[in-house]
Design a protein around this ligand. Structure first.
Ligand SMILES: Nc1ncnc2c1ncn2[C@@H]1O[C@H](COP(=O)(O)OP(=O)(O)OP(=O)(O)O)[C@@H](O)[C@H]1O
Ligand SMILES: [Mg+2]
Length: 392
């Protein structure tokens, strides 16, 4: 017979669920602990997902658990049960959805699950779980201006689109001074500001109307052109927009302003990967140190952060080791300096498309391959930060 495992971000809630079912645990409140335990779990075990995970997180954890243990039974405890939730639970083959007040049902479901016949495990999944279909959100960030965020974001998006082999959208969140449109020579008829009047009603057709096509597989949602529009774009709109975009695209690359504003935080919250760009100079390193510490303090897991050194060949007496030591993380990508970078920006053609063999293009392509395509970005995603809001 298998064992019941409980997961809820709040330890007392997880412990209470465990006690209600007469179980002995284990109870986990953080994803790293659960992930380590998944390696030791058997297909006969049952994982109970607590009410304090939001729906999306619960389905992500369910997907993670299934990717380790395809036969594990999943029971979802919810404070609110909606039709949409039940449909999603059905699609992801949850074995039960239980109202958090219904102790008796939870107890019965756990008992039934643990007594199930072991041979009904490891069914081939007929349709990919929704979480597997969801695109990845990759945010490029640096709190220092001019470090190369836009250059990296635009070229990363172009590399990932791979001439139409993948669907990629670049979203310009530098709402006041965004220059993605310039770097890609776009003449947008629409901008992200078009989402404001829609409120929460953004769906795939509304998103389609906001997109500007660049090249095969690569589209953009550009920053507003009217001054003063930035304030009307609320953080909730960004989260919602990214949710819809990840259903439509394989990758959504987010370019950001050099500031921790609320819109950036909304993007960071839902990002699968946060790529920090730094240049080898003392002020940039100082900013980087504070940025990493801030992100960790805010609860972003280190395994979601990547570090890219731009102008990596500058001979300014700062070694790669020094950069890594300052950030307390390894370098995942190196982009050399080249005057071809500003000239590609001025021409409005991403260098990776114009000259894929260029050392700058190779550096960006290598990063994309190692950290995005090759890594598959499995696991470790979307653990909610402890504090969600932060002002500079
Ligand atoms: N590897 C490089 N070699 C040479 N020039 C570069 C390189 N990377 C970026 N640049 C140039 O540095 C300037 C700043 O780059 P970019 O606009 O990408 O920075 P940013 O971080 O997006 O800036 P901001 O914070 O203002 O949005 C641009 O003129 C760009 O062409
Ligand atoms: Mg920029």
């Amino acid at each position: 017979m298998g064992a019941a495992v409980f997961f809820d971000p709040h330890p007392p809630v997880g412990a209470a669920l465990c006690a209600q079912t007469g179980g002995t645990g284990p109870v986990f409140s953080d994803l790293d602990g659960l992930r380590a335990h998944l390696e030791r779990m058997s297909d006969e075990d049952t994982l109970v997902l607590g009410p304090d995970l939001d729906d999306r997180e619960a389905f992500d954890v369910a997907h993670l658990a299934r990717s380790h243990r395809p036969g594990v039974d999943l029971i979802l405890v919810r404070r609110e049960i909606t039709t949409t939730l039940l449909q999603e639970a059905l699609r992801t083959r949850m074995s039960a959805v239980v109202d958090h007040r219904d102790t008796l049902q939870l107890r019965a479901e756990v008992k039934r699950s643990l007594n199930r016949a072991p041979q009904r495990e490891t069914p081939a999944d007929p349709a990919p779980a929704p979480a597997a279909r969801r695109g990845r959100v990759l945010t490029v960030f640096s709190a220092k201006g001019g470090s190369g965020k836009t250059v990296l974001a635009v070229n990363l998006a172009a590399v990932l689109a791979d001439r139409g082999h993948r669907k990629v959208c670049i979203l310009d969140l530098d709402l006041a001074f965004g220059d993605v449109a310039i770097a890609m020579q776009l003449f947008p008829a629409h901008t992200i500001a078009d989402a404001v009047p829609l409120g929460g009603e953004i769906d795939s057709s509304a998103v389609a109307a906001m997109l500007t096509q660049h090249s095969a597989g690569l589209s953009a949602i550009v920053a507003p052109t009217e001054p003063g529009t930035a304030e009307s774009i609320r953080p909730q709109l960004i989260s919602h927009l990214l949710d819809v975009l990840r259903e439509e695209f394989d990758y959504v690359v987010v370019d950001t302003p050099p500031a921790f504003d609320d819109q950036v935080m909304a993007a960071l919250d839902v990002s699968d990967l946060i790529t920090l760009v730094v240049t080898p100079d003392v002020p940039a390193l100082k900013t980087l140190k504070i940025t990493v510490e801030t992100l960790i303090e805010l609860g972003y897991p280190r395994d979601r952060l990547r570090l890219v050194l731009n102008r990596s060949d500058s001979r300014v007496g700062i070694s790669h080791a020094e950069v890594e030591k300052t950030a307390v993380m390894p370098l995942s990508g190196l982009i050399p300096s080249s005057r071809d970078v500003p000239s590609s920006v001025n021409r409005g053609v991403p260098l990776v498309q114009d000259d894929p063999g260029h050392p700058v293009s190779l550096g960006i392509a290598q990063f994309a391959q190692d950290e995005v395509i090759g890594a598959g970005l499995a696991g470790g995603r979307r653990r909610p930060p402890r504090r969600r809001r932060f002002r500079r």
